[in-house]
Ligand binder design. Structure first.
Ligand SMILES: Cc1cc2nc3c(=O)[nH]c(=O)nc-3n(C[C@H](O)[C@H](O)[C@H](O)COP(=O)(O)OP(=O)(O)OC[C@H]3O[C@@H](n4cnc5c(N)ncnc54)[C@H](O)[C@@H]3O)c2cc1C
Length: 380
């Protein structure tokens, strides 16, 4: 496995770096907490960045996951959160591409690749987060329609997104095997949006989503009835690599700030970077970022080769998000009192890093997935 970027990946990285510095940073600084960054999202489409790892025949970039994570990491610099927008948009694309019919792919993927349609992934419910097979939203087949009833919470892009992949129970009492997944379009009667969540360190683009006798065509079922849990877990296996990449971007950003600040801030007659105590913190931060990046690249590398990658994807998510939490916390420490001030960037990165340890399966759930894989051979 080669850890250096290919020439194409290096070009892609430069394109993203310029885009972030030129367009993202100034726009993001003025953005209100409830405003969705539509112009930047549309620009992702114009730049060919909104569907990097999806097939060119459906308008995607036709590139590998290794290239995708390079872009996600850089889009997550400057505290912009645009990397997370792209990563969440990627989940419905991945599902439709992997499990959808040709008609579903034709209808949604090209428009999502052009960033004309924004996607969302709706699994979590008030009483079912980690225990995702325990959802209550029901989907009942009546003639050639499914009728959806229920409530989702914490749905990123809720209210903004055009295309929702919704997990709902089609057969009660069968647990994970009774779950199916559906495409629900914004504007469908009975699809309603509730209150905005206000997660720390992030824009408020996360909403409750309600299905009130929401009637969708039978053709919006993805795969077969009962496939829904598998569909969701398959998407999350890949999604975890993208959460890892965005967290590495956050950690790198905090580290760069802390490194620079340590050479500027003086105490006891010298720059604080001259103190061994600070140097050791910086060294540990850099080592943690590099280690997380290597595991994340390995997870993407395995996925690109269609080799088993789900345990290593969980390791990447676990290590990258835990490292991001530690690195951003240490960055605040290096800034001292100023680190806690909203006038400086590191506290926001620290709050943002915390979210990574929770989304797409908490880090306890990642450990369960890794342990299950480790113990599998003793159960066969
Ligand atoms: C900002 C944000 C955006 C989100 N976006 C989306 C989205 O777009 N779509 C979506 O469907 N969901 C989304 N979520 C929901 C997210 O996936 C859940 O919050 C997450 O899966 C955890 O579920 P929970 O909050 O119900 O916690 P719970 O499942 O109630 O867990 C509470 C605690 O118990 C621990 N725990 C639970 N079970 C076990 C166990 N077996 N062993 C050990 N510990 C355990 C957990 O790790 C956690 O520490 C989002 C959440 C946030 C914060």
């Amino acid at each position: 496995m080669d850890y250096t970027l290919t020439e194409d990946q290096e070009q892609l990285r430069r394109l993203v770096e310029e885009f972030v510095a030129r367009d993202v940073k100034p726009y993001w600084e003025k953005l209100g907490y409830e405003d969705f960054p539509w112009p930047l999202f549309r620009q992702l489409g114009d730049l060919g960045l909104a569907a990097i790892p999806f097939p060119a025949e459906y308008g995607g970039g036709g590139l590998d996951y290794s290239s995708y994570i390079v872009v996600l990491e850089d889009l997550s610099r400057l505290g912009s959160h645009l990397g997370s927008v792209l990563s969440v948009h990627g989940l419905p694309q991945l599902i439709i591409n992997h499990f959808g019919t040709d008609a579903q792919k034709q209808k949604y993927l090209p428009a999502m690749a052009r960033a004309e349609l924004l996607g969302a992934f709706a699994l979590t419910e008030p009483h079912a987060g980690s225990d995702a097979a325990n959802i209550n939203t029901r989907a009942e087949l009546r003639g050639d329609k499914y009728i959806l009833r229920g409530q989702k919470i914490w749905i990123t892009h809720g209210g903004e997104a055009d295309v929702y992949i919704v997990m709902a129970v089609t057969e009660k009492g069968k647990g994970a095997k009774g779950v199916s997944s559906f495409i629900v379009e914004k504007g469908t009667p009975g699809l309603a949006f509730g209150k905005r969540e206000r997660p720390m360190g992030l824009p408020h683009h996360t909403r409750e989503v309600f299905f009130e006798d929401c009637e969708i065509p039978r053709g919006n079922l993805i795969g077969r009835e009962g496939d829904g849990f598998k569909v969701a877990m398959t998407a999350l296996d890949s999604g975890r690599i993208t959460v890892a990449a965005t967290s590495i971007g956050t950690a790198q950003e905090a580290f760069d700030h802390a490194l620079r600040y340590s050479t500027e801030r003086r105490a006891f007659g010298q720059a604080i970077s001259e103190f061994q105590g600070i140097q050791f913190m910086l060294a540990d931060m850099a080592a943690a970022i590099e280690a997380a990046r290597c595991v994340t690249r390995k997870a993407a590398w395995l996925r690109d080769r269609e080799l088993p990658f789900n345990a290593i994807a969980s390791m990447a998510k676990l290590l990258a998000t835990d490292s991001a939490m530690k690195v951003t916390t240490d960055a605040v420490q290096i800034y001292g009192g100023y680190g806690t001030s909203e006038d400086y960037p590191v506290q926001a990165l620290m709050r943002q890093a915390k979210i990574g340890q929770i989304v797409e399966g908490t880090n306890q759930i990642q450990r369960m997935i890794i342990a299950r894989e480790l113990l599998k051979k003793f159960k066969e």
